[in-house]
Every structure is written in C-alpha cells, then in structure tokens.
Design a protein around this ligand. Structure first.
Ligand SMILES: NC(=O)c1ccc[n+]([C@@H]2O[C@H](COP(=O)([O-])OP(=O)(O)OC[C@H]3O[C@@H](n4cnc5c(N)ncnc54)[C@H](OP(=O)(O)O)[C@@H]3O)[C@@H](O)[C@H]2O)c1
Length: 238
C-alpha cells in the first residue's frame, strides 16, 4: 500500500489524536506513554521489535485501566500519528530517524527529547558532547524529509517524574522549533499535571536546553534526588 494511503487508513483507525513514541519501550518513552494514556489520549509505543512494543503497551494499559495503547514497530508507529516523539539514546537517534524517514510525511511533527550525553561515547552522563549541527534536535532536523516539523522539548523532564503517576511533574518545558509545531507540543504538555510550556523560540536554542540536562543529572546524583528535579523560570506570564 502507498505510504499516504496507509497513513490515512491507520490514522482513521487510531484517530488523529493518537501520539506515537519511537523508543517508547525505554524509561522516558514509558513515562510519556503513561502520562498521555492517563490524559485519555491514544498512544502508540514504537520499538525495533513489535513484541517489546506490545509488552510496553500492555504494561501501560494495566497501569492506566481503560487506556488505548498500541505496540508497533518504529516504522509503523512513525506512519500512524500526526505527532511523534523521538525517545532514543543519542548514539542511536540518527540511525533510528534514518530507518523511519521514508515513512514521514510533510506536516507531521517530530519531537526530539534526545540529549547528547557524553555517556554516549563512554564518558559521563553529567555533561553533553558537541553536535556538528548544533544540537541533537538540529541533527534530527537535518535528516527528515522537507515539510516535517522538528520540535525540541521535554529534555529536562525526568523519566522517573513522568512515571510517578500520582505526583505532578514539577518542570518548565522549553519548546523550540517552528511556531505551529511548538504550539501543538505545548498542547500536549498541558495534558501532564505540573508541566508548564515555555516558548523556546528557534530550534537552535535546543543546544542550551539539552546541555541543562547534563547539569540536572549531576544535581540529581549529588543531592540524591531519586525522581529527578526539574527547572522553573519564575516571573514568566502564564
Ligand atoms: N531517562 C530520562 O530521564 C530522560 C530525561 C530527559 C530526556 N531523555 C532522553 O530521552 C531519550 C530516551 O531516554 P531513555 O532513558 O528512555 O533511553 P533508553 O531507555 O536507554 O532507551 C530508549 C529506547 O531506545 C531504543 N534503543 C536502545 N538502543 C537502541 C539502538 N542501538 N538502536 C535503536 N534503538 C535503540 C530501545 O527501544 P527498543 O529496544 O524497544 O527498540 C529503548 O527502549 C534519550 O535521548 C535521553 O537523553 C531521557
């Protein structure tokens, strides 16, 4: 079946409200899936292996009774929702985007949560490494077809915080990228209690946001913060 026909057929099945998460089987992806499922949205968990995706989808549905969560292989997940989160370690992010890019359609939004932690090259997770394009998000943008909107967000939100469903997630989310994409992602952040979206402007600002995550990981270690701390920008208008 042609890609376009397939995407519309699948979207119709899952409805346009579905949210896909590539690498949704990992810590951050699971946290996000739980939060969106709890907010009543259909979620598609993506994985390299459909069995792993289905197992995580089952786990989310058992923790959030009544939720609609599907497990797909990453390529199918990328075809199946208007907004897709990329939740893959930096060292595998480019290869994952390359593997799914032929499925991506103009107008889709791809949200990079990727942090180029130095642990990806065997160094420490309390710092980041430089990326030629400027940031992990800009690397992702360099790889997607024209018309796909790349937005960066949620790099400073901890997986443990997302997974603690009984607690609010105390964090501001700096969202960078094209305006219409930023606004759509802000609507999704508003579904998660405690998160507040901050207009992060151009995608080039993703570098600074990604670097903050290394600092946060160091703080979490030094202050022994098991669920992870967030960031706040006091004084901004709501
Ligand atoms: N964890 C956090 O607290 C946190 C906070 C903010 C941002 N982030 C960022 O979010 C992203 C995901 O973090 P995470 O902690 O969830 O990562 P993770 O658990 O280590 O991995 C996420 C998923 O990536 C897939 N993956 C792993 N190795 C791969 C490879 N070689 N090729 C393709 N896919 C691979 C796996 O899915 P399958 O095996 O099912 O394919 C895995 O479940 C990272 O970029 C991280 O920097 C994480």
């Amino acid at each position: 079946m042609a890609n376009t026909a397939y995407i519309f057929a699948t979207m119709k099945y899952l409805n346009e409200q579905a949210i896909a998460i590539l690498g949704g089987t990992g810590d951050q992806g699971l946290g996000l899936a739980l939060r969106f499922a709890k907010a009543g949205r259909s979620v598609i968990v993506g994985s390299r292996k459909v069995e792993r995706a289905e197992a995580t989808a089952k786990e989310v549905m058992s923790l959030v009774p009544g939720s609609k969560v599907y497990g797909f292989e990453n390529s199918r997940a990328a075809q199946s929702a208007p907004i897709i989160f990329l939740s893959i370690p930096f060292e595998s992010a480019a290869i994952t985007v390359k593997a799914v890019r032929k499925e991506l359609q103009p107008g889709q939004i791809l949200v990079s949560m990727v942090v180029p932690l130095a642990s990806s090259i065997g160094d420490s997770p309390v710092r980041t490494i430089g990326v030629h394009q400027g940031s992990a998000a800009e690397l992702v943008k360099s790889l997607v077809p024209k018309g796909v909107k790349v937005v960066s967000a949620l790099q400073n939100v901890s997986a443990q915080g997302l997974q603690s469903l009984d607690e609010d997630v105390e964090c501001d989310v700096v969202i960078s990228g094209p305006k219409d994409g930023r606004e759509e992602v802000a609507k999704l952040c508003a579904l998660i209690p405690g998160l507040r979206s901050v207009n992060g402007g151009d995608l080039s600002n993703a570098r600074v946001v990604e670097e903050i995550t290394g600092l946060l990981i160091g703080l979490n270690i030094r202050y022994r913060m098991p669920t992870g701390i967030g960031i706040r920008f006091p004084g901004l208008p709501e």
